[in-house]
Design a protein around this ligand. Structure first.
Ligand SMILES: Cc1cc2nc3c(=O)[nH]c(=O)nc-3n(C[C@H](O)[C@H](O)[C@H](O)COP(=O)(O)OP(=O)(O)OC[C@H]3O[C@@H](n4cnc5c(N)ncnc54)[C@H](O)[C@@H]3O)c2cc1C
Length: 562
């Protein structure tokens, strides 16, 4: 007996956008300026899912009327990325983000302005105050990013973009080496949908959910990377996983904004010692996220504690009142006073620096497939500095939308293959549940591919991840929901394998990738690890960075202090 998943039919469009966060919304708006037929397909609800909505809604944009400059933003981004960023992408980000922020304002996204000027704040990794925020309005702190997505959603709907929601894409369709659409599963209708498109923009975000402790939303489980690998695309920099240093797990789960560190907050250990100056004497709590996370992790290991303590007693009360009122109020409801009580925090997986290899037109290595946002790699190099991710969504979302239209206009289009559209699954009773395999995988990644890695931890993780993939064959699968879950855990396993293989190859420490067996950076690794699928295997290659490297002289910060 088998479960036949029926196909709801073939839906045709010019440009298909996969995802429903800031990147996808901007890509859809740009594409819709040029062509009539734009479709967005989303695992969750468009504009109400993904990491954009839980973000702190901060964008990095330099101010041309101050000592800051596009060039300085460029240099800071390279410094954070430890020299392996794709400099053409960094150039695009830093030079275009100001224009895109103005577009957002025109679309109704309410940025904080003081006396008519965007309010710019200093954040870790930036040498000047250049981080601008969106007003949270009445949205709860946990979903303040809705103040970005909902105005964009309104625009998208008013411009007639078709939305297909709660319908995760499970496969990209490739014909004659060109991406020509996707297959998605309509969770409510319990059927497959074939989406045929002249060009596709992949904007499914990152993959924090592959790890046990993360601040990412439930739907962000590495689909971008697995879909791309299965379609034959190349990924880069998958070993670089950013841990957010200040994640509070109890009494509530929330990230603590790192700009508090620029406003006087410090970190202390159990003994009350302010320990960051021991790890980074120059920058202390203003160090980049990789340095902070590693210091906290090592301090937790040293003291055997489950976290370290955030001390905000020196943050001026008016700053709390004006800038952190929402957080202070949420804590107050749990009996904590941000001004007086220490908060227990630990690092959590926050952002994936790696992703699809793209060029300056957001073209992936497979014709017809464009990508942008957290789905892609290269912009941030080995480590992202704060607020550059949302800037990335709007700059590259717009480029991807426009370039997908150009491609759609030029291609004659391919017909999706006739086979493989419906799905036939043989129900089976197994000895293990899908949930158990998923949670085991997340724990393996948290332990083995963590803030501090080694050949041993990575080899063990590699074996165990493969074990998870095999265990999936022993799981009970009998309903449509099980099938959706099974396919998504397969994606998680594939993404995890790409991360582990990349981390094993890079025998040095750089940015967010710290190998205790190779604790220093090594010039020979100034370049990127590329991963692609070849004959059902993952193939990893190191590609040295080309000439004309503009990597600033920052030798002192490249030497690891741990
Ligand atoms: C707690 C938190 C705070 C942050 N704060 C900031 C900040 O202040 N500034 C900053 O620069 N960055 C911040 N970031 C990072 C930033 O929010 C993200 O990198 C960015 O929002 C990613 O946008 P995106 O559109 O690429 O992906 P997302 O916003 O994550 O959207 C991905 C979309 O793809 C959909 N999707 C996933 N899989 C599929 C599939 N198989 N088929 C169809 N759809 C799919 C999802 O449902 C979702 O709609 C923060 C991140 C977190 C977690």
């Amino acid at each position: 007996m088998s479960v036949q998943i029926s196909c709801a039919g073939v839906l045709q469009c010019d440009v298909l956008i996969i995802g429903g966060g800031a990147t996808a919304l901007i890509a859809a708006l740009e594409a819709r300026k040029e062509v009539d037929d734009v479709v967005m397909v989303c695992k969750g609800k468009v504009g109400r899912s993904g990491n954009t909505i839980v973000s702190a809604a901060q964008f990095a944009v330099s101010d041309p009327d101050s000592p800051d400059s596009v060039e300085q933003h460029f240099q800071d981004t390279l410094l954070g990325g430890q020299g392996i960023n794709d400099e053409a992408l960094v150039q695009l980000l830093t030079s275009q983000v100001g224009h895109r922020v103005r577009d957002l304002e025109r679309y109704g996204v309410p940025f904080v302005r003081v006396k008519g000027e965007l309010r710019r704040q200093l954040s870790p990794g930036h040498s000047s105050p250049r981080c601008v925020s969106v007003q949270a309005g009445d949205y709860p702190k946990a979903t303040q990013g809705l103040s970005i997505t909902l105005p964009l959603l309104k625009q998208v709907v008013s411009k007639g973009v078709r939305l297909i929601e709660r319908t995760p894409v499970i496969k990209l369709l490739v014909e004659e080496g060109q991406v020509c659409g996707a297959i998605a599963l309509d969770v409510e209708g319990q059927q497959a949908v074939v989406l045929q498109a002249k060009a596709v923009v992949l904007a499914c975000g990152g993959g924090g959910r592959i790890f046990a402790l993360t601040d990412n939303t439930l739907d962000i489980s590495g689909d971008s990377y697995a879909l791309a690998l299965e379609a034959g695309a190349t990924l880069r920099d998958m070993e670089f996983v950013q841990f957010f240093p200040a994640y509070m797990t109890s009494p509530l789960k929330t990230i603590i904004p790192t700009r508090l560190f620029a406003q006087g907050a410090v970190l202390r250990n159990k003994a009350g010692e302010r320990f960051m100056p021991r790890y980074d004497p120059d920058r202390a709590e203003m160090a980049t996220r990789d340095v902070m996370s590693r210091a906290i992790f090592l301090e937790m290991q040293r003291t055997g504690e489950r976290g370290v303590y955030l001390d905000c007693t020196q943050v001026p009360p008016e700053v709390i009142e004006q800038r952190h009122l929402a957080l202070a109020r949420v804590l107050q409801k749990r009996g904590l006073d941000l001004q007086k009580d220490y908060l227990t925090i630990s690092p959590a997986v926050h952002f994936i620096m790696g992703g699809l290899k793209i060029d300056g037109q957001c073209q992936s290595t497979v014709p017809g497939l464009y990508a942008a946002g957290e789905a892609t790699g290269g912009l941030h190099g080995a480590n992202r500095i704060s607020s550059n991710a949302l800037s990335e969504t709007i700059v590259f979302g717009a480029i991807a939308g426009r370039q997908a239209v150009s491609f759609a206009r030029e291609t004659k289009g391919s017909t999706p293959p006739a086979t493989g559209m419906g799905l036939v699954v043989h129900p089976r009773k197994g000895d293990i549940s899908l949930h158990e395999v998923k949670e085991a995988l997340r724990q393996i990644m948290w332990e083995g591919v963590s803030i501090v890695r080694s050949e041993g931890s990575l080899q063990e993780a590699s074996l165990k991840v493969r074990g998870c993939r095999l265990a999936l064959e022993r799981c009970s699968v009998s309903t449509f929901t099980h099938i959706v879950e099974l396919l998504q855990i397969r994606h998680m396993c594939l993404t995890a394998e790409a991360m582990v293989a990349s981390a094993l190859l890079r025998t040095e420490s750089r940015g967010a990738h710290y190998r205790e067996d190779y604790p220093s950076s090594d010039e020979r690794w100034l370049g990127s690890v590329h991963v692609a699928k070849a004959a059902d295997q993952l193939k990893v290659d190191f590609v040295a960075k080309g000439e004309n490297v503009l990597w600033p002289d920052c030798t002192s910060t490249r030497e690891s202090r741990f």
